[in-house]
Design a protein around this ligand. Structure first.
Ligand code: HEC
Ligand code: HEC
Ligand code: HEC
Ligand code: HEC
Length: 183
């Protein structure tokens, strides 16, 4: 009697199909692992794709172009900014001028479109930060931004309060800051 309807009993269905079920689970796990290693992992160690694959490693590292050549206002303005396309063309009108990416730069220039670079360093909305005080104290860019000159695609990060406080404590900088820094 018990074996009259083996197909409708869930336990025996599982028992009979153990092989295919395990195989399916294994496939799912491997697929997720595959997608993770190929899409998420490199993304998390490299930073977002930019409209033009500009490389800090090539320009600031290998060719040793100074940070301040391209970010000249970092010590003076609240908004250091990203270099305009004119700055790129200053060199690239002569260097690899016909390279497809440089032609794309010309296209931005001719249509007066600012290059839509993606921002990679973030502060929480309510934190006031400006570079001036820090640059004047000769704190290296790398203390906050890491080895920019060793990266092709900047990764950046979302700065947390602890990051500011830790250094302020170490260097005896203002710690009531959370009056000075919060708007
Ligand atoms: C001080 C001069 C200089 C400036 C300014 C400059 N570049 Fe370059 N760039 C170079 C040199 C040198 C190379 C290497 C050329 C070669 O491969 O022979 C290069 C190469 C490149 C390449 C090709 C990389 C590759 O994979 O082949 C791209 C794309 C590029 N630059 C984009 C930019 C952009 C965008 C800007 C502006 C934000 C810029 N460059 C500003 C000097 C400069
Ligand atoms: C040849 C021009 C050039 C030089 C030299 C250069 N940069 Fe940049 N920088 C750029 C461009 C273009 C971007 C925007 C694209 C990107 O994020 O890669 C950028 C973006 C950045 C950003 C990211 C800002 C954000 O949140 O998106 C930081 C930080 C930065 N640069 C720091 C540096 C430092 C530090 C150096 C020197 C070690 C340096 N740069 C040298 C052109 C340059
Ligand atoms: C004390 C830490 C600190 C130092 C030192 C520092 N930065 Fe920054 N930088 C930041 C923070 C924090 C932000 C994000 C600011 C924001 O989102 O408002 C930032 C943002 C930037 C940006 C992006 C600005 C934009 O318009 O998106 C550039 C470019 C930059 N820094 C370049 C530099 C360069 C070049 C140096 C060295 C000359 C430097 N920084 C030194 C903390 C620092
Ligand atoms: C690597 C060290 C370092 C880091 C990281 C750092 N600071 Fe500073 N900061 C300093 C030093 C040193 C001074 C003092 C400068 C002076 O005496 O003029 C300072 C000064 C300041 C001041 C001016 C304080 C005053 O006296 O009014 C503000 C505001 C400030 N920092 C905000 C921030 C914020 C916000 C962050 C995080 C995003 C940050 N700092 C990260 C070292 C740092």
């Amino acid at each position: 009697m018990e074996n009259m309807t083996p197909q409708t009993s869930p336990e025996s269905w599982v028992a009979q199909n153990r092989g295919p079920i395990l195989l399916t689970l294994l496939t799912v796990v491997l697929t997720v692992l595959f997608l993770y290693t190929f899409y998420v992992y490199p993304g998390s160690s490299m930073g977002p794709e930019q409209p033009i694959p500009f490389s800090h490693r090539l320009h600031a590292g290998h060719k040793a172009v100074q940070c301040l050549f391209c970010h000249p206002y970092v010590g003076e303005s609240n908004n250091p900014g990203i270099p305009p396309v004119e700055k790129c063309l200053y060199c690239h009108n002569h260097i690899i001028a016909k390279h497809p990416w440089i032609l794309k730069e010309h296209e931005y220039f001719n249509t007066e479109t600012p290059t839509p670079w993606k921002k990679v360093w973030y502060l929480p909305e309510h934190v006031l930060f400006n570079h001036q005080r820090h640059i004047r104290k000769e704190i290296a860019c790398q203390e906050c931004h890491g080895k920019v000159e060793a990266q092709d695609r900047l990764k950046g990060e979302r700065f947390k309060m602890g990051f500011c406080i830790e250094c302020h404590r170490k260097k005896n900088a203002n710690l009531d800051c959370w009056l000075a820094c919060h708007s």
